[in-house]
Design a protein around this ligand. Structure first.
Ligand SMILES: [Zn+2]
Length: 138
């Protein structure tokens, strides 16, 4: 994640937010409507407590801003925030909207490691959602 080019769009998703040190990417994998990953783009850190107070404020403000935009746009019942980093040890947070129709009501979202074989959201749908979210985040 440290070395990635911060492309507008890559194999994993389409960027909907960027700041000096943070990107957010709406995911292509058709796992949950609105599933977005926020990535810290400053120096390499694994744990959020490795950030300075200022970096931490910038990171979590961005996470909250993106989460609010997802809530406004998709209207889920609840947002979930998963800062895991077990398989990719670079600071990032999975934002998972939770709906009435849900694979695991009342429990953590069953997020599995992705290997690229997941069903994908059609490009035109994904980009339409990304454009709407960018407008809200602009
Ligand atoms: Zn890193």
């Amino acid at each position: 994640m440290c070395d990635s080019a911060r492309a507008e769009s890559d194999d994993y998703g389409v960027r909907i937010f960027e700041s000096a040190n943070v990107d957010a990417s709406l995911q292509r994998a058709d796992i949950q409507r609105g599933y977005t990953v926020v990535i810290w783009r400053g120096r390499h850190v694994t744990e959020p407590f490795e950030l300075t107070e200022d970096e931490s404020a910038r990171y979590w403000r961005a996470v909250m801003r993106v989460a609010r935009a997802l809530m406004d746009y998709y209207r889920p019942l609840k947002m979930n925030y998963e800062t895991l980093g077990n398989s990719v040890p670079h600071l990032h947070t999975h934002l998972l909207p939770r709906y009435v129709e849900d694979p695991a009501p009342g429990r953590p979202f069953p997020l599995l490691p992705q290997d690229g074989s997941e069903r994908r959201i059609p490009d035109d749908e994904l980009w339409a959602q990304a454009r709407a979210l960018r407008e809200r985040l602009g």
